[in-house]
Write a new protein. Structure first.
Length: 584
């Protein structure tokens, strides 16, 4: 990999949208220089780093620094569980100049690449006030789901959608008839669910899992399941004794997830009660309690992730792995080396661990390593330069990491790096842009996989730009060299965000406006033409509801579009929607 020039950058393009949740790695040590700065003057206070016009550099491209998700300014940006509600201000993220390197094995050594404004720190405090949760209804009646009959339960027919009900006795045909006035060519709301009662301060509604048969959603204390086609409840809701506090974003190959709930309702309660659940049947499997670690390593908050049949439970300074089929403990991920404490895990195809080392001393730094998911044995370790913090894993296979670094007390530099299968730096993003994926809050811990609005395949990273005036764009970045392959503009004035890559096409969501529903489009990833092709246009009559999901999770499965909130407001005066399914 070409070594970067030995001159530091002169600032950064712009700040990421929001402060990074809980922290992240830092940039690799020897990034190559970035491409030239974007046209136009830099934003006040941001500045631009020096550019090397021909070689890509390690710009961190992400809209967050440390704390709240990066949320688009328009109402309706979606995010991950734990999103702030209402929406938070954005900070444009832009790649900066690659830090100069020293020729050591780490390509991120030297000056960082992205600068973020000082105002970010305030957001962390302001955003943190959104998350208090207490008491509330359990969301079901007499232990049974309540759903009235619908005159039009089948997807694709005309008439009102099915309302499975909110668990308090209502349901059936939608009294509002969300499909009334639907125009030719628009999709229809196949079914929806109103949100259950929640405390006045709000409640989390994490996770959304879609199987071949069932759409499952967590909300406050309840886990509910609906038939993907007609919305009828497929099994009795599971009501936990205390609020749900963590879920596995992934599901197992046989459609099971693990849900964690609090041990009580007091301030001393911990997020340490585990429950395995079959998404298709609602059958409960094993239960378990997460033990505290050593001093200052409690299970007040935990992070859950799945890799194959391994469940990793991350505490603040350690982790414990379990066999997800039996609940049997496999291994502990503990302190190692120079006071290196596990600080976060990312799962899926591989098990990735981030560690914070040096405890604030002269050798303080972050490390990333891959673990064998069955034994915990380390496959490889990569050490970041002092000051860099690993914030997010955009992908684990291939591994793509976003990192930041504080500079001069009021700036934050950032970097995005792709790694090879054996833990070497493959490339660093060298595209001059304000990127704006949508990422979640992680105030007490690192939520490595808390981002939506970003997609990765074997060779390409797809990132949305921040819309300033008019439509935004999605940029396809070559993971082999960090350079731009192509870009495509949103077909509307609203932001377009990548969701997934399937069948050689990028599936993206175009957010709704006040007078137009959202859209689902596909973009060919190969060839010379990358024009968006419409897959679904959501009805204008439901645009206000779709736009009200300030914190949302989305998915496109088998020609249906699923939209759910990840945060309940607790407002008894509004008919808040928990989840909607759109189809043709």
């Amino acid at each position: 990999m070409t070594q970067p020039p030995n001159q530091p950058p002169q600032g950064g393009f712009g700040a990421p949208q929001d402060p990074p949740p809980g922290g992240g790695f830092g940039a690799p040590q020897t990034p190559p220089p970035p491409q030239g700065p974007p046209s136009g003057a830099p934003q006040p206070g941001y500045g631009y780093p020096q550019q090397s016009p021909q070689q890509p550099g390690p710009y961190a491209s992400g809209p967050y620094a440390s704390g709240p998700y990066g949320q688009p300014q328009q109402p309706g940006p979606y995010g991950q569980p734990g999103y702030g509600y209402p929406p938070q201000p954005q900070f444009p993220g832009a790649p900066g100049t690659p830090p100069p390197g020293s020729g050591s094995r780490n390509p991120f050594k030297g000056k960082p690449v992205l600068v973020v404004g000082a105002a970010v720190a305030a957001l962390l405090v302001v955003g943190g006030t959104v998350w208090a949760v207490s008491g509330g209804d359990d969301g079901k009646k007499d232990g049974k789901p309540v759903a009235g009959k619908s005159d039009d339960p089948k997807p694709g027919s005309s008439g009102a959608p099915v309302n499975p009900g909110d668990g308090s006795g209502d349901g059936g045909e939608d009294p509002e008839n969300l499909n009334e006035g639907r125009k030719a060519g628009e999709s229809k709301v196949l079914w929806y669910k109103e949100a259950p009662d929640a405390p006045g301060s709000g409640a989390d509604a994490p996770g959304m899992w879609i199987t071949d048969k069932t759409a499952v959603k967590a909300a406050y204390k309840q886990l509910s399941a609906y038939n993907v086609g007609d919305g009828r409840p497929t099994w009795d809701p599971i009501t936990f004794p205390h609020k749900i506090c963590a879920v596995t974003p992934e599901k197992t190959a046989d459609d099971k997830v693990v849900v964690a709930h609090m041990s009580g309702d007091s301030d001393r309660a911990k997020c340490n009660q585990l429950q395995l659940v079959d998404l298709d049947t609602g059958e409960k499997g094993w239960t378990g309690e997460v033990a505290d670690g050593d001093l200052f390593d409690s299970a007040i908050t935990i992070e859950l992730t799945l890799t194959g049949n391994t469940l990793m439970v991350g505490r603040s300074q350690s982790g414990t792995a379990y066999d997800v089929t039996s609940g049997k403990k496999l291994f502990d991920a503990k302190k190692y080396g120079d006071a290196c404490f596990p600080a976060g895990f990312a799962g899926g195809e591989r098990l990735i661990q981030v560690a914070s080392c040096g405890a604030g001393g002269s050798n303080a730094h972050d490390e990333v390593r891959e673990l064998d998911p069955r034994t915990g044995k380390t496959k490889w370790t990569y050490t970041y330069e002092k000051g860099w913090r690993i914030e997010r894993a955009y992908s684990v296979d291939p591994l793509v990491l976003y990192s930041t670094k504080e500079e001069d007390g009021d700036k934050k530099l950032w970097n995005i790096a792709a790694f090879t299968a054996d833990g070497k730096v493959r490339s660093q993003v060298g595209v001059d842009e304000d990127f704006a994926p949508v990422c979640g809050w992680a105030i007490l811990a690192r939520e490595l996989q808390g981002c939506e609005g970003v997609a990765v395949d074997a060779d390409t990273l797809y990132l949305p730009t921040k819309a300033t005036t008019g439509a935004n764009e999605i940029v396809a970045i070559n993971l082999a060299d960090g350079k731009e392959k192509w870009r495509v503009e949103s077909p509307a004035e609203e932001s377009m965000l990548p969701m997934k890559v399937e069948g050689g096409k990028l599936i993206a969501y175009v957010e709704p406006s006040y007078d137009s529903g959202g859209r689902v489009v596909s973009v060919p990833t190969a060839g010379s033409s990358h024009e968006p092709v419409g897959l679904m246009q959501n009805p204008q009559g439901v645009a206000e509801i779709e736009n009200s999901f300030y914190s949302k999770s989305i998915d496109w499965v088998d020609g249906r579009f699923y939209l759910s909130t990840t945060r309940l407001t607790g407002n008894d005066d509004s008919k808040e929607k928990l989840m909607l399914a759109y189809g043709k």
